[in-house]
Write a protein that binds this ligand. Structure first.
Ligand code: HEM
Length: 447
């Protein structure tokens, strides 16, 4: 073996760590960072207003949730007799118990918001284009996993809110034809929410979902790197994009964002404890019995349509979201918010149409429109299901065509308008469900 071979062998396999402790720690930290990031990143990718740090914030929240979740497991007892008292004990007797629970609760709710906003950012900048379709789909599954985490965690305190939100939520499943009831029975371990359901939800929450989340997140990050980093506007021929080293340029932004987020969450958790209502009472549903807040848009739809149609509509929207990379293949507008100046105008119009139309439709349907009474000869599945569903889908198609013809938008820009309409619509339905639904789910004013 020549001297050269020996030194290469040494470099590869006998890495000699720096002598002093600080340099050694720095070497390990840098190594970890450079497993996640490339060594250099394009300068425009560092702009805070491009990503708003939403992917990183979501990742930080996921880590915080795992840490606080493991701590909570030391005290939580997943039995119908002891779950509620174990939470009460944690809140009042265990040092920092209330703080850890509040951190877990608020991080979980915030993660639904930040992962959703991250999806919106990725869509609006065309981050699903140029070879990133697979990561877009992985992201969608991640969002579903985040919602499943929240949903299964909701039951664990075994208070009135938990019991009835899960009862309402799982009862929706029974409207899914063929497999719905079987899936609901499998999840609940029987026909209703009881000990088997609590045990199943706990197992899914602390074992199944974390494993899926960690695997998917790892793949998601690896894929961002593999796809050449985050999306960028295509550079003009001959243009050279400045590239900066990840350490310190990117890492200092990430650390600052994580520090601000964690400090903010701590402060919030200190002053706003996680809610805990009275012990679950299967005999006395609260009025109104609402689902968890992120399902209130869906619950609102159920007030207007046959349950099958109300489930089919979000199912179709989800399928359309999966298909987005295949529906919008124009690659020269990647990396620009709303695609173009026309796209920006269409997005604004989409938002305005949603704000004007959706509350109006909710009010009209609540007080005046009654399809089953108008069409008494038809089964409600058609009069109150198929007809409103087709009208909604027809309305969305009409909106797309309107953007294409009146506003001279190309396919990509018209899709932005439709996406903004659907997203603002979902947010509005959720807000109506949270603030404007009172006893018997009737429309009320919150003030
Ligand atoms: C737990 C949830 C999630 C985490 C922790 C996460 C994390 C990240 C991170 C750290 C990045 C790098 C850029 C950035 O910060 O924006 C990223 C990029 C990306 N994410 Fe996510 N993500 C999540 C959910 C989603 C969802 C719901 C979608 C969309 C359906 C999605 C699709 C993508 C795509 C396509 C990219 C590449 C974007 C680009 O190149 O501009 N992710 N994600």
């Amino acid at each position: 073996m020549s001297d050269h071979d020996v030194s290469t062998w040494r470099q590869r396999f006998l890495y000699t760590a720096p002598a002093d402790d600080r340099s050694r720690m720095r070497a390990v930290a840098n190594n970890l960072i450079l497993h996640l990031h490339p060594t250099k990143v394009p300068a425009p990718a560092l702009r805070w207003t491009y990503t708003w740090g939403l992917g990183g914030i979501s990742a930080t929240l996921a880590v915080l949730l795992i840490i606080t979740g493991v701590v909570l497991m030391f005290r939580y007892d997943a039995s119908v007799e002891r779950a509620y008292t174990s939470i009460q004990y944690l809140e009042t007797e265990v040092a920092f118990g209330s703080l850890v629970r509040a951190l877990h609760h608020w991080s979980a709710n915030l993660l639904v918001v930040t992962a959703f906003l991250h999806l919106v950012r990725v869509f609006l900048t065309g981050g699903f284009k140029v070879g990133r379709a697979a990561n877009w789909v992985v992201g969608l599954i991640l969002l579903l996993v985040v919602v499943a985490f929240n949903f299964t965690g909701y039951l664990l305190p075994w208070d009135q809110l938990a019991f009835w939100a899960i009862t309402v939520g799982t009862s929706l499943l029974s409207y899914v034809p063929l497999a719905g009831t079987a899936v609901a029975n499998f999840l609940l371990g029987g026909p209703e929410v009881g000990q088997a359901a609590l045990r199943n939800f706990y197992a899914i929450h602390v074992a199944v979902l974390p494993a899926i989340l960690i695997l998917l997140m790892s793949y998601h990050f690896w894929k961002v790197r593999k796809d050449g980093g985050i999306s960028q506007p295509p550079s003009a021929p001959g243009e050279r994009v400045e590239r900066l080293t990840t350490i310190p340029h990117l890492v200092q932004i990430e650390f600052a964002a994580a520090a601000v987020l964690i400090m903010g969450l701590f402060l919030w958790a200190v002053f706003v404890p996680a809610p805990l209502e009275a012990l679950a009472d299967p005999g006395h549903p609260p009025n109104p019995a609402k689902a968890a807040w992120y399902f209130l848009g869906l619950q609102e739809l159920l007030l207007h349509m046959h349950p099958l149609a109300a489930l089919l509509l979000p199912g179709l929207v989800l399928a359309a979201f999966v298909a987005i990379p295949y529906l919008d293949r124009q690659e020269d507008n990647v990396g620009t918010y709303f695609r173009s100046a026309v796209g920006r105008q269409i997005a604004l119009l989409g938002a305005l149409y949603a704000v004007g139309l959706i509350p109006l439709l909710v009010i009209i349907d609540e007080y005046w429109l009654d399809f089953p009474a108008l069409l008494p000869g038809l089964p409600t599945l058609i009069s109150n299901g198929l007809i409103p569903l087709l009208l909604t889908l027809g309305g969305l198609a009409a909106l797309y065509l309107l953007f294409r013809s009146t506003n001279k938008a190309n396919k990509s820009e018209a899709l932005v308008g439709l996406f903004v309409f659907v997203v603002v619509g979902l947010v509005l339905l959720t807000l109506i469900g949270i603030f404007f639904r009172g006893a018997n789910m009737a429309l009320v004013l919150p003030f």
